[in-house]
Ligand binder design. Structure first.
Ligand code: ZN
Length: 307
């Protein structure tokens, strides 16, 4: 894969190509945006372009030894830190330092990609900051993150920030079809322009968790069932999509795109919108360590109104 094969994100790719064309390549970039929209793919292709042995038309050739090694993550001048399940610890950053301060082996540049970089814990971010203060001129960093606000301000201020958006619906559908996956309408809408999320198995688990919590709330369960604030945020996200679908269905009198097609109980559009805004308000506060029990009971009361 090269930049020309990536579907969507044209503006972001143009910016990246512009850096290289002008010879003004930032030493550290942040790629932010929802998870599953293609940030990591763009990051890897940018790394390929920086190290390719036969750049053509400001894109990597995709066939040279360097490109092939990058694709399989075995290039000695690429360090890819991907520890999305747990936190990224200071040990990971020590390895990064060992990598960074040795000159490139095969390419003229070295690239470090930290996926879900906001998972660096405090000591890791402190250690990383030191590297970032005086990076060697051959080394380039890309911090990929769906929650860049969790990175230290001192880290963010040393980076050029590139923001990624979910794909428009027709491109999102094209990516899934290009991966030879069929479109399952029941989960398509809840993935909201995030093909990576659609193609992962996670979406079905999330939906199962959503229905299970919804049933508990309807049954009047007072003990909250979310394992973490992240889980709560995902639940609220799906709930908002549900409310949005209800609203569309109420206005268009069709249930074609509803994720919960039989749930509509005749709420007026105005009330659905109010519920949506109340949920959005909660969702926007999740990062402020919102108490899960309070949110659970609040939403449970809302749901009593026959959502
Ligand atoms: Zn190449």
């Amino acid at each position: 894969m090269a930049f020309k094969d990536i579907i969507g994100h044209e503006i972001q790719i143009d910016i990246l190509k512009g850096f290289i064309k002008k010879g003004r390549i930032p030493s550290c970039l942040i790629f932010s945006g929802d998870s599953g929209i293609g940030k990591s793919a763009v990051a890897l292709n940018y790394a390929k372009l920086l190290t390719c042995g036969d750049v053509t038309d400001n894109d990597c050739c995709n066939v040279c030894v360097s490109c092939k090694k990058m694709d399989t993550f075995v290039h000695p001048d690429l360090l890819y830190i991907d520890d999305s399940e747990t936190e990224i610890k200071v040990d990971n950053i020590r390895k990064l330092e060992d990598f960074v301060f040795v000159r490139p082996y095969e390419a003229t540049k070295k690239v470090v990609i930290i996926d879900e970089a906001h998972r660096m814990n405090q000591s890791a971010q402190n250690a990383f900051l030191k590297t970032l203060e005086e990076p060697p001129d051959y080394c380039y960093f890309i911090l990929v993150s769906s929650a860049p606000d969790l990175l230290f301000e001192t880290v963010r201020s040393r980076c050029v920030h590139i923001r990624f958006k979910p794909l428009p619906i027709f491109l999102y559908e094209t990516v899934i079809k290009a991966k030879k996956s069929s479109i399952e309408r029941s989960i398509f809408s809840i993935c909201m322009g995030r093909p990576g999320y659609y193609l992962s198995g996670k979406v079905k688990d999330d939906l199962e968790g959503f229905f299970s919590c919804l049933a508990d709330m309807k049954g009047g369960e007072i003990k909250e069932k979310w394992g973490s604030n992240d889980e709560m945020a995902e639940w609220l996200e799906i709930f908002m999509i549900h409310l949005r679908d209800m609203l569309v269905s109420e206005i268009t009198r069709s249930q074609a795109h509803c994720i919960i097609s039989n749930e509509k109980k005749g709420l007026e559009a105005k009330r659905i919108l109010e519920l949506y805004n109340e949920t959005l308000n909660l969702y926007q506060k999740v990062d402020m360590n919102l108490n899960k029990k309070i949110v659970w009971n609040y939403v449970r009361e809302m749901i009593r109104e026959k959502v």
